[in-house]
Design a protein around this ligand. Sequence first.
Ligand SMILES: [Zn+2]
Ligand SMILES: [Zn+2]
Length: 268
Amino acid sequence: MKVLVLGSGTCVPSRTRNAPGYLVETGSENILVDCGSGVLRQLTCAGRTHLDLDAVLITHLHPDHMADLLPLVHALKYTPGQIRRKTLYLVSPADLEEYFRTCLFAVLSPPRTFRLEFLQTSEAVRLGDCRITACPTLHSRESVAFKVDSEGRSVVFTGDTDYGVGLVDFCRDVDLLVADCSFPDEMKMGGHMVPSECGRLATEAGAGHLVLSHLYATEVPEAARVTQAARAYAGPISLAEDFSEYDVGQSGKPKTWCPDQIDRGGNP
Ligand SMILES: [Zn+2]
Ligand SMILES: [Zn+2]
């Protein structure tokens, strides 16, 4: 299983960090987790294609996590020379079918050559070699974290969330934990985690590797977040970068490529 970061940023436009999006590639499935604005282009720039997507998981309805969802279906209908046949699964905690009806199918007819299947997160979803589960989080009324299990390995995307004990149980023994780390410790805001909370979550859950993502630009140097998280978590930590890839492997320890150097000493 591989995880490709398409967007490590937030709702605030940035030259280096796109709005949230991650591609999970398993033996049989291509799964997009969140689909913020620009994610379709990021996918293309990464040498992948929207045509190959099997499922999209939406953690919550804030626009930075779902703005490219309608453009995705539009593109699947109208890519020249391509007729999509396979079903696109849309998994979310909210009624996305109603959203599509109101916002897209009022002006554009629904796809005819393929099906959109809307699945709720209240039950586990099995797709090919994957099992997808969700857990409510402390952010918005509907927000969830997603876990993808495949071939004995697992990855959790917290989506936007504050620290909570329910999340610790959900992340138990996960191989790769992609966590909301919106702000450094000195700028804590409710509804999001800071690095020390990400580290605490990773430690308490026994996560194999912590990836800090959903990064707002602040005055505090970004590297400080790794140092702050490392005070609470002794395992490997990466600061997510757009287009960085994590190979979660099939057995043994996760094989990961970390673009950053971790400085565990000194002050941020
Ligand atoms: Zn967000
Ligand atoms: Zn949000």
